[in-house]
Design a protein around this ligand. Structure first.
Ligand code: SF4
Length: 429
């Protein structure tokens, strides 16, 4: 979502400013920030020190902070880093061009209102791209208020973009050659609940595919189990919908899920997994986990270990719990030492790595429609692509293949990626 917001900021500043490579040569540096965990916030402060030195050396450079840390720290940023020129929360992106113009006149500026209906929701922008894949925000904010999560406080309540605005952005991207779209929302499965007339994700996706038939792949992230209804799952029957379903579980213990305020049990979560696998047996499940939530016991944690076996995730994002300001859980008793939580996290990640490896190995010999994104980071003479289940495949191909979707036979499973070979169109599959 931050990547999509950064692209919007760049599109709004164009053509007055073009994307650059380095702060050393830039006239404007915007740092987009995340406050879901503690670490990125600390990183921001050290990065600001580095930018201060560059600014002093160059004599002038506009520095702006955008995103959730900006929203959370507000004026504190100006106090701690007076060399920053502008501070913009997630709802203030559309004010960036004006704030940059004011900064050019030597003024400090901020846009930190949290709006039920931010201007960016109703206004489409023409994001410039040469890629075949693109991100499109379809809604912002979240109403769930999970007890550990800062998002409702920094991004505000759920608000959907009207379907015609989403469509305008998609038409613009399709005209530039995009055929792979990822629809984004903190809780994308709640899309349309707040719109009048009310609509839903199923209607949005089916209409996109009808109105933009050149789209070959579409994904949506992130889903909340409580809002994942049958009509969402039915989307997986569509051939264009990617075989990748990111459905955060967070913990395997019902007791912990309750204190997290997640609103479902593990059994209810599994009902969704079983239903989606009936519709699309090859769907790759992915999830997020918090380890060491306040009050979590070893027994609770072992239920998370069981959960990753039962679901059989292709991959997970897992972190040790970190208390966030404003949240309920920040006031919960937390008797488990951090060192022990880190041991649990390692245990979880080690087992998940084995499961992921097995999933990779199971794909050897299969043929996967793969979008070729660009040169491989391992070997610039090879190309890197992504399968429908979002796995990286490296393979020998000419540069001219970039931006195409081709069938790839998987030949080898590596530790974090796959190797493959292009299947000739007339080859016997
Ligand atoms: S559903 Fe996700 S974004 Fe919303 S409060 Fe819970 S964790 Fe945060």
């Amino acid at each position: 979502m931050n990547e999509a917001d950064s692209q919007r900021a760049a599109a709004l500043l164009w053509p007055a400013f073009e994307p650059g490579d380095s702060p050393e040569t830039a006239d404007v540096v915007l740092i987009n920030t995340c406050s879901v965990r503690d670490k990125p916030q600390q990183k921001l402060l050290s990065e600001l020190g580095r930018l201060r030195r560059i600014k002093e050396r160059k004599g002038s450079m506009i520095i702006g902070i955008m995103g959730c840390v900006a929203q959370q720290m507000k004026d504190e940023i100006f106090k701690r880093a007076p060399w920053v020129d502008l501070v913009v929360g997630p709802d203030g992106i559309d004010d960036i061009p004006q704030l940059v113009a004011e900064a050019q006149q030597g003024q400090h500026g901020a846009s930190l209102r949290l709006l039920r209906h931010a201007p960016s929701l109703d206004r489409s922008v023409e994001v410039k791209t040469q890629r075949s894949s693109a991100l499109v925000n379809v809604m912002k904010g979240c109403d769930k208020f999970c007890t550990y999560c800062i998002v409702p406080y920094t991004r505000g309540r759920e608000a959907s973009r009207p379907p015609h605005v989403v469509m305008d952005e998609i038409h613009n991207l399709v005209q530039q050659g995009v055929f792979d779209i990822t629809l984004l929302g903190q809780n994308v499965t709640a899309y349309g609940n707040d719109l009048s007339p009310r609509t839903n994700l199923n209607t949005l996706v089916t209409n996109i595919l009808k109105e933009a038939p050149s789209i070959q792949r579409i994904r949506f992230i992130t889903s909340h189990p409580m809002d994942t209804k049958d009509d969402t799952l039915e989307l997986f029957a569509l051939p264009q919908v990617a075989t990748y379903f990111h459905l955060p579980l967070q913990a395997g213990s019902d007791r912990v899920l309750k204190t997290m305020g997640r609103g479902y049990t593990f059994r209810q979560y599994m009902d969704i997994v079983e239903k989606v696998r009936k519709i699309r047996p090859d769907v790759a499940m992915a999830s997020d986990f918090i380890v060491g939530f306040p009050g979590e016991t070893r027994e609770d944690f072992l239920q998370t270990m069981d959960a990753i076996e039962t679901v059989g995730y292709e991959g997970i994002f897992s972190f040790v719990y970190s208390p966030r300001p404003f949240t309920k859980a920040a006031g919960f008793e937390d008797p488990i030492p951090r060192a022990e939580k880190l041991v649990w996290l390692k245990e979880l990640q080690a087992r998940q790595n084995e499961i992921t490896q097995q999933k990779f190995a199971d794909m050897v010999g299969t043929v996967q429609p793969t979008i070729i994104e660009g040169p491989s980071s391992r070997d610039p003479n090879e190309m890197m692509g992504r399968t429908s289940c979002h796995k990286v495949v490296n393979l020998p191909l000419p540069k001219s293949a970039i931006g195409t979707m081709i069938d790839v036979r998987i030949t080898e499973a590596m530790s974090n990626s796959l190797r493959g070979e292009a299947v000739a169109p007339d080859a016997d599959q």
